[in-house]
Design a protein around this ligand. Structure first.
Ligand code: ADP
Ligand code: NI
Length: 217
């Protein structure tokens, strides 16, 4: 097996599959997750090939891009089986993609070291400045408001952080998911980066509420 060629072919396949996505699963997300997965894999001494391929393919089976989640997973499996003679690698990558993509951030723990590495890399891309941007883009694509003081009262203090605001706004997504992720990280390096990105999101929210209310007090 020619590994550099396999990775190159996988990159091309993923670029083609995600070419028209507007939901935050663009190629640059995949590239960042792949780079981060490779870095964490090195530190954790995980299998770099499995982490790289799983990172590249992790969003191709997404429900939002396929008729169903099963159809998406079958598409990835068919593609891997056509590329790889080694069934074990295919099974390992499929296990990672099946368990990480649809768990909504709080699902069952990943079963292998490589799965924990790729999940951390994907979660990191939901945090910090990039995570904020992706959340706003996703909300905009869905036609949802960024924030609504009627449903997230303006006197709500950040000291009551993580309380469940009412559904539907981009700001609400921070409380539903993003601010919970740092406590779900699997690896030391992932946790360290998540803490920095988490702190940045808290600063962002604080400033956001401050500006929102300025002039009205
Ligand atoms: P991924 O596993 O790559 O993070 P998701 O489909 O879960 O993919 O989300 C894509 C991006 O959109 C992420 O940055 C995520 O935080 C954001 N997102 C997902 N659901 C919502 C939502 N309900 N409101 C705002 N942003 C969302
Ligand atoms: Ni992703």
């Amino acid at each position: 097996m020619n590994i550099p060629q396999l990775i190159k072919q996988t990159e091309e396949y993923v670029k083609d599959q995600l070419a028209h996505d507007t939901t935050g699963h663009d190629w640059f997300h995949i590239e960042r997750v792949r780079n981060m997965a490779r870095e964490i894999a090195g530190i954790e001494q995980a299998d770099v090939l499995v982490c790289t391929l799983a990172a590249l393919l992790h969003d191709v089976a997404d429900e939002k891009l396929n008729p169903s989640k099963e159809a998406g997973l079958q598409k990835v499996r068919d593609w891997l089986e056509a590329q790889l003679e080694d069934r074990e690698i295919t099974e390992h990558i499929m296990l990672i993609i099946e368990t990480m993509s649809f768990s909504g951030g709080g699902g069952a723990p990943m079963q292998t070291l490589e799965g924990r590495v790729v999940q951390d890399a994907d979660r990191l891309d939901a945090l910090g400045a990039i995570g904020i941007t992706r959340t706003l883009v996703f909300s905009g694509a869905k036609g949802r408001p960024v924030y609504d003081p009627q449903i997230s009262p303006r006197d709500e203090s950040l000291k009551q952080e993580y309380r469940d605001y009412s559904k539907g706004t981009a700001v609400n997504h921070f409380y539903e998911k993003l601010l919970k992720l740092k406590d779900l990280m699997n690896t030391d390096h992932g946790r360290e980066l998540a803490e920095e990105r988490h702190a940045f999101m808290l600063v962002f929210l604080e400033q956001f509420y401050k500006e929102w209310n300025e002039g009205s007090e």
